[in-house]
Design a protein around this ligand. Structure first.
Ligand SMILES: [Cu+2]
Length: 146
């Protein structure tokens, strides 16, 4: 019994040791005026954590995952604090494979966006087709497709 328990503990520890931490910076280019995520595209593995770090003294930024741009049933917080300032950071752990598209809400029109690929891109079946923010459809309501 004791041996079995230790085995379970050891295997969970070694699984956790494999998870890695990545950083995405939220930046501003003083010469061009561009606001951007760096890297814009990041490839990670399931279980890894990404920390978004605000590195811009001039602009407020945030992170919003796109409701249709993440895998179905993805269990992540869809939005960071609304106003992040220099030095602020926000962490997300990704436990489901697929593509995750996000943008900065104040700079959506400026093209401040990025993508995280966990293991591999989403398959067409995995892509979420949920309406905005995903919580407007009541569970148990009868489908009304035509
Ligand atoms: Cu921004």
């Amino acid at each position: 019994m004791k041996i079995l328990l230790m085995g379970a503990l050891l295997s969970s520890v070694s699984f956790m040791a494999q998870a890695e931490d990545f950083t995405v910076h939220m930046k501003f280019n003083e010469d061009s005026g561009a606001v951007y995520f760096e890297p814009r595209k990041l490839e990670i593995k399931k279980g890894d954590t990404v920390t978004f770090v605000h590195k811009d003294p001039y602009n407020v930024h945030n992170i919003m995952f796109e409701p249709n741009g993440v895998p179905k049933n993805a269990k992540i917080p869809m939005m960071s604090p609304e106003e992040m300032n220099e030095g602020d950071s926000w962490k997300v752990t990704f436990n489901q494979s697929g593509s995750y598209a996000y943008h900065c809400h104040p700079h959506y029109d400026a093209g401040m966006m990025g993508e995280i690929i966990v293991d591999r891109p989403s398959t067409p079946e995995e892509k979420s087709t949920a309406p905005a923010m995903g919580h407007h459809h009541a569970e148990g309501s009868s489908p009304n497709h035509h």
